[in-house]
Design a protein around this ligand. Structure first.
Ligand code: ADP
Ligand code: MG
Length: 559
């Protein structure tokens, strides 16, 4: 049987591909800059093994120029360039990546930074341009060639002239239409913002010209138009710098520049992991609760970079829900990306990084609790509720990670204490961790049920947050001690009071209680003599698992 090759409408195919891969048009700039950076990297790697080649960093840069009059945007680089054959192969064949081939050939060389691998990034230029003209002169060649295309209709390659080695890409930006605006891609300040967003940490300078009015020399009140060339990217990301060279202020600046929040972070964590998966991360624990934090609108996630290029604004998979308050970024070379770079393949590496990060956050919070208690209290005031939800959620499966981070108000210490602190203060004969739930500390203190526990000299935890008791039920025990509500049936401390109550039972009060029960029909299940009242005449107590406070909350919940 003979096979017939598929025929594809290449124009439609290209359009479909471009529009389905990329969700945002501005991404084209990231793709072209990444290619330019790859091209410079290739010279750098060649120079490592070729003595006749000297890599002087000063000579390598990327230049972006916008010209509104001709509606052109030019991206030029001093990289390795392309021969006629390269133009044919790499730009003429969709999904062919010269950079992937380069990486494979040069695998042995130390930690490469080359970004390209899918062979489609270049075509994203057609999202914003009607025509793309590439003029290139390859390293070691005297000839230059020009590749030109107006989209999938095809391309031409002709000889051209170019003084220097490298590549120049001129894009003719599409005209605005009623629905689509393209003018922004000719505005230097807009372009600068896009570079900052996606390509700030490209290792070579990305230069742009900015016009400004400057006072004219020697003349008063006269100004002249001056063009100033700026390097717009910061090049060395803070996370690749040595921790010892960075100050708290550096991290705070980064937090502010990145707009992670407008507060001052309580703590930062800088990770440089070199183990099973290589990555750098900077994480922040904010001080204040974002205004939308406890709403559905709040989106958790960390910024994700691959090799210094931003891939995702908010990668949710990197943070568990109970640490959703953490801000920051992760950069890794080890991620397997798919062609859009916006959707990650849910791979082992990402899971490893996430697990690693979770443990780091946990240990940082524990050390904050241990060593900087005031700061921890501040943190807990903002995000403690989230931790308690974390204990309760997912059927309690995260409780081991979270139980040591919980704080509750203590009846004896009159401040927030951890469970560990409580247990370490427990008296010899004390069997349970006692707690009392209510709407405020004041009201809890007036509960008749707290009296007998307080009289024994036992500490109680006061639960004023509606999630508290649910979280504790999920915990069940802490360091082998069970929790006991002061309003539960058996407090475990009534032994010495027993006789008194038994007496009451016998001495004819039985009828009195039955009478009371009839009067309170439907409101109480039973009326009993209590062994735990001191100065109060009566108290309510719950039987079984659900306490009175929990019952109130459950009733208030929408069904
Ligand atoms: P990728 O970068 O994933 O390989 P692209 O579509 O972005 O895919 O680019 C295709 C190929 O074209 C690159 O692999 C590279 O070989 C070549 N190329 C693109 N831009 C340049 C450039 N500025 N300088 C040199 N080669 C380039
Ligand atoms: Mg590319």
């Amino acid at each position: 049987m003979t096979k017939t090759a598929f025929k594809a409408e290449s124009k439609r195919l290209l359009e479909m591909m471009i529009n389905s891969i990329y969700t945002q048009r501005e991404i084209f700039l990231r793709e072209l800059i990444s290619n330019a950076s790859d091209a410079i990297d290739k010279i750098y790697y060649k120079a490592l093994t070729d003595d006749s080649l000297v890599f002087n960093k000063d000579n390598y840069f990327i230049k972006i120029t916008a010209d509104k009059a001709s509606r052109t945007l030019t991206i030029a680089d001093t990289g390795i360039g392309m021969t006629q054959e390269d133009l044919e192969n790499n730009l003429g064949v969709i999904a062919k990546s010269g950079s992937l081939a380069f990486k494979q050939e040069n695998e042995a060389k130390e930690g490469h930074n080359i970004i390209g691998q899918f062979g489609v990034g270049f075509y994203s230029a057609f999202m914003v341009a009607d025509k793309v003209t590439v003029t290139s002169r390859a390293l070691g060649s005297d000839e230059a060639y020009q590749w030109e295309s107006e989209g999938a209709e095809g391309y031409t390659i002709v000889p051209a002239s170019k003084e220097t080695i490298g590549t120049e890409i001129v894009m003719t930006i599409k005209p605005n239409t009623e629905d689509d605006q393209y003018d922004e891609f000719l505005e230097p300040y807009r372009l600068k913002a896009i570079v900052k967003k996606y390509s700030d940490f490209i290792r070579y300078p990305i230069k742009m010209d900015f016009e400004s009015q400057q006072p004219k020399e020697g003349a008063d009140n006269e100004f002249e138009q001056v063009i100033e060339e700026q390097t717009v990217n910061s090049m060395v990301p803070i996370w690749r710098k040595n921790k010892n060279e960075l100050t708290d202020a550096d991290y705070e600046n980064f937090y502010f520049e990145k707009r992670y929040g407008f507060d001052k972070p309580i703590k930062h964590v800088h990770i440089s992991a070199d183990g099973a998966v290589v990555y750098n991360a900077i994480l922040f624990i904010p001080e204040r609760t974002p205004f939308d934090y406890y709403t559905k609108e709040y989106e958790k996630g960390l910024e994700l970079y691959s090799n210094g290029v931003l891939i995702m604004d908010k990668c949710a998979d990197l943070l568990p829900d109970y640490f959703s308050f953490v801000k920051g970024m992760v950069d890794s070379e080890d991620l397997s990306l798919n062609i859009s770079r916006e959707l990650l393949q849910h791979d082992r590496q990402l899971k490893l990084i996430a697990k690693n990060i979770k443990n780091k956050i946990k240990s940082s919070l524990l050390s904050l609790l241990k060593d900087e208690r005031e700061q921890y209290d501040k943190f807990y005031e903002s995000f403690g509720r989230q931790l308690k939800f974390g204990v309760y959620g997912d059927y309690g499966m995260h409780k081991d990670d979270l139980q040591d981070l919980l704080l509750f108000y203590s009846s004896t210490e009159k401040k927030l204490v951890s469970l560990d602190e409580y247990v370490s203060r427990m008296q010899e004969d004390q069997k349970f961790i006692y707690y009392a739930a209510g709407s405020s500390i004041d009201r809890i203190e007036k509960l008749p049920q707290t009296e007998i526990v307080a009289d024994k000299g036992y500490e109680m935890l006061y639960f004023t947050d509606d999630i508290d008791e649910f979280a504790i039920k999920a915990l069940n025990t802490y360091k082998d001690k069970s929790f006991k509500s002061v309003s539960s049936g058996d407090l475990g401390i009534e032994a010495d009071e027993k006789d008194k109550a038994d007496d009451a039972e016998e001495s004819g009060t039985k009828e009195l209680f039955e009478g009371m029960k009839t009067i309170l029909e439907g409101k109480v299940k039973s009326v009993k003599a209590s062994k735990r009242l001191k100065s109060h005449p009566v108290c309510l107590s719950a039987e079984g698992e659900v306490s009175i406070e929990m019952e109130k909350i459950l009733k208030a919940m929408p069904n």
